[in-house]
Design a protein around this ligand. Structure first.
Ligand code: FES
Ligand code: FES
Length: 259
């Protein structure tokens, strides 16, 4: 089946289509608890029923160490309480406290962009930002974008154009692309390249990102097709991208479009 990927999971092997992946990521976001129910000491692993007990535990057993803090993050439209050490980055908090692995830790030095998230409309690097700095800021991760049906068109275009190989950098590119389309719904190839300049792909997928973004922008600017006419008819095929009746047919086409 087109756009179908098999992925390993802790329970064995799962097959995701774009539709089931969308449902899965929505479930992941819904499952994130809004309030803390356990207060675990990150140094010795003991668990406590309340934050006060954890503070007393630190005073008695780790008097030299900094007590973890509780912060509330506005994440993908939902307020989430987390208990972290004050020096934790947002990337680490997302991955190890909230189970959101989309913002990848690749370089960890603010160079590659694989940890990109959107904070109050701007792209930031989650590996370079302390989570405690982000209280009160609206944060969007790739999971929130993937769970929003509005952005399915962008993800579809990425899949259609194979704008990925190992996929490790892809989430960062997608988040950057979404932020670009938020502020510029009809970017040129040059504008796409400029927006993506901070994202590095060691597999070398660069030429395909601008193409995928421009195709998505074109499709998103058009009124939805009636259900019977929906579907991707292949490049240049009827109803397909660049084909008769399809987006990108006559007129503007993304670069690299087969003629
Ligand atoms: S992991 Fe954050 S910029 Fe590379
Ligand atoms: S697809 Fe492998 S690093 Fe970009």
């Amino acid at each position: 089946m087109a756009n179908e990927k098999s992925v390993a999971s802790s329970g064995g092997s799962m097959t995701f289509t774009l539709e089931t992946a969308h449902e899965h990521v929505s479930d992941v976001i819904k499952a994130i608890p809004e309030s803390l129910t356990a207060f675990r000491c990150p140094l010795c692993g003991k668990s406590f029923v309340g934050y006060g007990e954890l503070e007393r535990h630190y005073a008695l057993e780790h008097p030299e160490d900094v007590v973890p803090v509780i912060i509330v993050l506005q994440l993908n439209g939902k307020a989430c309480e987390v208990l972290i050490e004050p020096h934790w980055t947002l990337q680490r908090t997302l991955q190890f406290r909230l189970g959101l692995t989309g913002a990848k830790h690749m370089c960890g030095k603010g160079v590659c962009g694989s940890c990109t998230v959107i904070a109050d409309g701007r792209c930031i690097l989650a590996c370079q930002t302390l989570a405690v700095e982000l209280e009160g800021v609206e944060i969007q991760t790739v999971e929130g974008i993937a769970a929003d049906p509005k952005w399915k068109t962008l993800i579809d275009s990425y899949c259609r154009w194979d704008a990925m190989q190992c996929g490790y950098c892809t989430t960062g590119f997608l988040v950057t692309a979404k932020a670009l389309l938020d502020r510029n719904p009809n970017p040129t190839e040059e504008e796409c390249k400029e927006a993506l300049a901070g994202n590095i792909c060691i597999c070398g997928t660069y030429p395909r990102h601008a193409t995928a973004i421009m195709e998505a922008a074109l499709k998103m600017s058009q009124p939805p097709e009636p259900p019977a006419a929906q579907g991707f008819g292949g490049f240049g095929g009827p109803g397909g991208f660049g084909g008769p009746g399809g987006p990108g047919g006559p007129g503007r086409r993304p670069p690299g479009q087969p003629s």
